[in-house]
Design a binder for this molecule. Structure first.
Ligand code: NAP
Ligand code: F7E
Length: 347
């Protein structure tokens, strides 16, 4: 039985990846941050009480800002594969919390790589996936591929560029099996609610059911290459199954504006978005990434990977999921419960 360790297992991708690996009969270990509330909701479908026999999912308290915790977890879990997905992953927030973002995204990766370097020195054969991002391309002209020079436009993106080069350096310096996945935006019904796609599908479905009146957004002209998270975690796994380590762009090759996402989502909801969407400058970024469209031909030819879920299906899937959530909220509201007003000040 292979063993995998996932940092960021409680996030969107971590939960999909954990499901994929469990289905492939891996023993899966995840790093979870201590929080005052439960932060493992996305793992509910696969979580089993550790007191039960036969469970293959193990969660460990740890943090990529705490190197000692990472070393303890490596010793306990003894993984064959490590997926470094932990991040302060919100681009807008990274302008407010730049140092913290660098500590988690850039230095956090370095801490984990250092721990892995020592772990591997003890004779352990281990493979490492680094979660890179299309944000690293930033202002570079589309289509962006593996040879496109990086031009980061936010503290988040600059930190991911640093993490990318740490990973390349540790591969070259110590002969470690390390892959950088450069993934373009990928979404799902599990996407965090402050990212624009989920913010839109959550709000429009609530507006449709009368639970909310307005949706405030920033720049509607930005273009993104949006894929489905379930497809993208397969690419992560495939990278670590190759005979040698390499870096890959993962994308659909299609790009749509935020306005187009809004139009398709509103049409699935049967509402006129122009009546309920307003612009709020607080959602603008000091430096924007205008146009991302990825060229994933290398991943397609070498890994045999391709995206399965297209743009319209992705939007429909998210709208349907959030419509059901809104229906549940409405039922509670009709039973006298207070409707939560969402405080998306940074979304
Ligand atoms: P996400 O939903 O924001 O999940 C981030 C995960 O990192 C969460 O589990 C979070 O824990 C954890 N985390 C944050 N700070 C941490 C720390 N100091 N120590 C340990 N764990 C920490 O992000 P995602 O969408 O799943 O993305 C996964 C990775 O891919 C991230 O590195 C992201 O930057 C990168 N990426 C994402 C996309 C995309 O479109 N989704 C594209 C390219 C790259 P909590 O649950 O406790 O917050
Ligand atoms: O913004 C615009 C915003 O926050 C997309 C992260 O997973 O993908 C994600 O980063 C676009 C931007 O994602 C609002 O200005 C307009 O142009 O959904 P987002 P992102 O910044 O592309 C990359 C690949 C990652 O690696 C990141 O971790 O939408 N936009 N109005 C808005 N964005 C938000 N969040 N909220 C708005 O109201």
């Amino acid at each position: 039985m292979k063993k995998a360790l996932i940092s960021g297992i409680t996030g969107q991708d971590g939960s999909f990846l954990a499901e994929l690996l469990l289905a492939k009969d891996y023993e899966v270990h995840g790093i979870v941050r201590r929080a005052s509330t439960f932060n493992t909701d996305r793992l509910d479908p696969i979580y089993a009480d550790p007191h039960e026999h036969g469970t293959a999912l193990f969660l460990h308290y740890g943090d990529v800002t705490d190197g000692a915790s990472l070393r303890h977890i490596l010793e306990k879990a003894q993984p064959d594969e490590i997926y470094n997905l932990a991040a302060q992953s919100h681009v807008r927030v990274s302008f407010d919390q730049a140092e913290y973002t660098a500590d988690v995204v850039a230095t956090g990766t370095l801490r984990l790589l250092e721990a892995v370097r020592d772990f591997a020195r003890n004779g352990r054969d281990v493979r490492f996936y680094q979660a890179g991002s299309s944000e690293m391309f930033g202002a570079a002209k589309p289509p962006q591929g593996e040879t496109t020079p990086f031009y980061p436009r936010s503290p988040y993106a600059a930190s991911k560029v640093a993490a990318h080069w740490y990973a390349v350096n540790y591969r070259e310096a110590y002969g470690l099996f390390i892959c950088n996945g450069i993934l373009f935006n990928h979404e799902s019904p599990r996407r965090g609610e402050t990212f624009v796609t989920r913010k839109i599908t959550r709000a429009l479905t609530r507006i449709k059911l009368g639970l909310q009146k307005k949706l405030f957004l920033g720049n509607l002209d930005a273009r993104r290459d949006w894929g489905y998270a379930g497809d993208y975690v397969e690419a992560m796994w495939l990278m670590l199954q190759q005979p040698s380590p390499d870096d890959y762009v993962v994308a659909t090759g299609e790009s749509y504006s935020v306005r187009e996402f809004l139009e398709v989502a509103a049409s699935y909801c049967g509402i006129d978005w122009t009546r309920c969407v307003e612009m709020d400058p607080r959602y603008l970024r000091p430096t924007e990434v205008d146009f991302l469209q990825g060229d994933s031909s290398k991943a397609q030819s070498r890994l045999g990977w391709k995206p399965r879920v297209g743009f319209e299906e992705l939007v429909r899937m998210m709208v349907e999921h959030d419509l059901e959530l809104a229906r549940q909220e409405k039922t509670l509201w009709e039973a006298g419960h207070k409707v939560v007003q969402r405080g998306l000040s940074h979304g």
